[in-house]
Structures are given as structure tokens and as C-alpha cells.
Design a protein around this ligand. Structure first.
Ligand SMILES: [Zn+2]
Length: 81
């Protein structure tokens, strides 16, 4: 399965077929990985992807799973494994 491409920015629309929107809140969205896409940081398949259209991000509670974080020019991606 393909790795999410982030070199030229990231567009969730490129992966619409395999990423299911779970939650959208202001400038962030959480998506479920239904196609076994792999993480651009670790290369492992991830479970959920959080996309933030911001320069900064805070969590009120830490994600329980191991996570990877990748920034692009316009977004921050948090991948939960
Ligand atoms: Zn990863």
C-alpha cells in the first residue's frame, strides 16, 4: 500500500478512497486508515491520521498509541499507530 506523500504538501483528497473522516473540528480533522496506507515517518501502517491546518497543535489528553508527527508547509500530520 502507498505511503502518504508529503514532500510537496499533503492533500487528504488524494487519499479520499481509503481515509474515512471520523471527526472534524475547526481546522483539524481525524481520519481512519482503511486502506493500509503507510506512515511517511516510520514506514509502518498507521491506524488514524490527524491533519491540522495550523502551525501549532495542542492535545488536552495525549494519544494512547505511539504517534509520528510530520509537518508540511501548510499542515501538521499526526499519525497514530
Ligand atoms: Zn509512523
Amino acid at each position: 500500500m502507498p505511503t502518504l506523500a508529503v514532500e510537496d504538501g499533503f492533500s487528504v483528497h488524494d487519499y479520499r478512497a481509503g481515509l474515512k473522516l471520523l471527526e472534524q473540528d475547526g481546522s483539524t480533522m481525524t481520519l481512519e486508515n482503511r486502506e493500509g496506507y503507510t506512515c511517511p515517518v516510520s514506514g509502518d501502517v498507521f491506524d488514524r491520521l490527524l491533519v491540522a491546518e495550523d502551525q501549532a497543535l495542542s492535545f488536552s489528553s495525549p494519544p494512547p498509541e505511539p504517534i509520528c508527527v510530520r509537518s508540511t508547509p501548510e499542515k501538521i500530520l499526526v499519525l497514530a499507530h
